[in-house]
Ligand binder design. Structure first.
Ligand code: ZN
Length: 113
């Protein structure tokens, strides 16, 4: 499920929201000032570029707070880090499945039937 991050252009506040449908975006308002002059901060393209950094900074033995686990971008990071440490190439199939899990978990369940 896609989680989007916005910056309010009125108060510079940043917040994340989960959009079920793209049309819901027009109804969004800043939780701080209720303004609707919002700038989207993270596109799917942007987080792809930073995954390398996320992986490099990810420490599987340290305690993660709840927001780590509810952030869909972190799904599969643990498995990936371990594979990387063991020198295992997970292949592009793993990437594809992971991407599906992040964006549309339902489709993965349907496919494994
Ligand atoms: Zn605001």
């Amino acid at each position: 499920m896609p989680i989007y991050e916005y910056e309010c252009q009125s108060c510079q506040g940043q917040f994340q929201t989960l959009l079920m449908k793209a049309e819901d975006e027009k109804d969004l308002a800043c939780p701080g000032c209720e303004g609707n002059n919002l700038k989207k901060l993270i596109s799917r393209g942007a987080y792809h570029q930073s995954e390398k950094d996320r992986l490099a900074n990810f420490n599987p033995t340290s305690h993660q707070n709840d927001s780590f686990y509810t952030d869909s971008r972190n799904i599969g990071l643990n498995a990936k880090k371990r594979a990387q440490e063991m020198g295992v190439d997970l292949g592009s199939g793993f990437e594809t499945k992971l991407e599906k899990l992040r964006t549309d978990p339902g489709s993965v369940l349907r496919e494994s039937d």
